[in-house]
Design a protein around this ligand. Structure first.
Ligand code: UDP
Ligand code: MN
Length: 260
C-alpha cells in the first residue's frame, strides 16, 4: 500500500453516484494509489455499502458530532457547512500526500504523476485564471493545516461562499509564486471550456486526462436513453458526448446493477 490517495467527497446519494463512477474511472486508468471518500450523514446506508466496495477508506465526517475544538467552533457558522466539509480532507493524516477530486470529475487517462507535485497544486479556474479551481488539487494531510484553515475561515469567511474562495484566499501566493504548483489544464478540464473556447478544445481536447463537470450540468442529470443506452447531453455539453457516454457506461455496467 502506498502513502498516496485520491480523495473525494459526497454529502448525498447523487454526489455518491459521481464518486462511484470517479472511483471506477481511476481503477480503469490503472492507478497505483488508494481511494478515499468523505461522507456525511446525508448518504444512505445502501450507498455507503456501495462506496465501501470500491473505496479503500470511507470516512464519516460529521460537523455536529465531532469532539474536536475546531469543529465545535464551526457550529457557530452553519452557513459554511459544505465549504468546511471539504476541509476535512486535510484530516486524512494516515496518508502522506493526496489529490482531492470533486465527485463531478471523471478520470480518462492515468494521472498518477500528479503525486509528484507538492501542496498546494491546482489548475487555473476558467472564470478567473489567477484563481485556481478547487475541483482538483494536490495537498498534504496535516492537522496543523486543517486547524489553520478552520481559523482562517472563521476569521475571514469565503469570498465566494464556497471552498474555492476560501482556499484561494488561504493559498494566496498560488497565482505568482511557483509555476510548478500550476497544474496544466488537462488535469482539470472544466466542461464550460468547450463552448467558451471551442477551437482550443478541438485542438487540445485529445490530451485531457481529467474532465470536471462544473456548474449545474452534472453527468447524472443528463438524459440517458435506456433503450439505446446512449446519453443525450444538454446543449451546453454536446461536445463532451463521448466523455459523458464513458460516465454512463461505467454507471450502467458497474454501479446500477448493485443499486437494486
Ligand atoms: N458536494 C457534495 N454535495 C453537495 C455539493 C457538493 O458532496 O450538495 C461535493 C462534491 O464532491 C462536489 C464538490 O463538493 O463535487 C463541489 O461541488 P460542485 O462540484 O457541485 O461544485 P462546482 O464544481 O460545480 O463548482
Ligand atoms: Mn465540481
Amino acid at each position: 500500500m502506498s502513502g498516496f490517495a485520491w480523495v473525494t467527497l459526497a454529502t448525498n446519494d447523487s454526489y455518491s453516484l459521481g464518486a462511484l463512477v470517479l472511483a471506477h474511472s481511476l481503477k480503469q486508468a490503472g492507478t497505483a494509489h488508494q481511494l478515499a471518500v468523505l461522507v456525511t450523514p446525508g448518504v444512505t446506508n445502501v450507498m455507503r455499502k456501495n462506496l465501501n466496495d470500491v473505496f479503500n477508506v470511507v470516512e464519516e465526517v460529521n460537523l455536529f458530532d465531532s469532539k474536536d475544538e475546531a469543529n465545535l467552533r464551526l457550529l457557530k457558522r452553519p452557513e459554511l457547512g459544505v465549504t468546511f466539509t471539504k476541509l476535512h480532507c486535510w484530516r486524512l493524516t494516515q496518508f502522506e500526500k493526496c489529490v482531492f477530486l470533486d465527485a463531478d470529475v471523471l478520470v480518462l487517462v492515468n494521472a498518477d504523476e500528479l503525486f509528484e507535485r507538492d501542496e498546494f497544486s491546482a489548475a487555473p479556474d476558467v472564470g478567473w485564471p489567477d484563481c485556481f479551481n478547487s475541483g482538483v488539487f494536490v495537498y498534504r494531510p496535516s492537522m496543523e493545516t486543517y486547524n489553520k484553515l478552520v481559523d482562517f475561515a472563521l476569521q475571514k469567511g469565503s469570498f465566494d461562499g464556497g471552498d474555492q474562495g476560501l482556499l484561494n484566499a488561504y493559498f494566496s501566493d498560488w497565482a505568482h509564486k511557483d509555476i510548478s504548483k500550476h497544474l496544466p489544464f488537462i488535469y482539470n478540464m472544466c466542461s464550460t471550456a468547450c463552448y467558451s473556447y471551442l477551437p482550443a478544445f478541438k485542438y487540445y481536447g485529445g490530451n485531457v486526462k481529467i474532465v470536471h463537470f462544473i456548474g449545474p450540468a452534472k453527468p447524472w442529470l443528463q438524459y440517458f436513453d435506456t433503450e439505446s443506452r446512449i446519453v443525450q447531453p444538454s446543449p451546453d455539453l454536446q461536445h463532451l458526448q463521448e466523455v459523458l457516454q464513458k460516465w454512463w457506461d461505467i454507471f450502467c455496467s458497474l454501479i446500477h446493477p448493485k443499486l437494486t
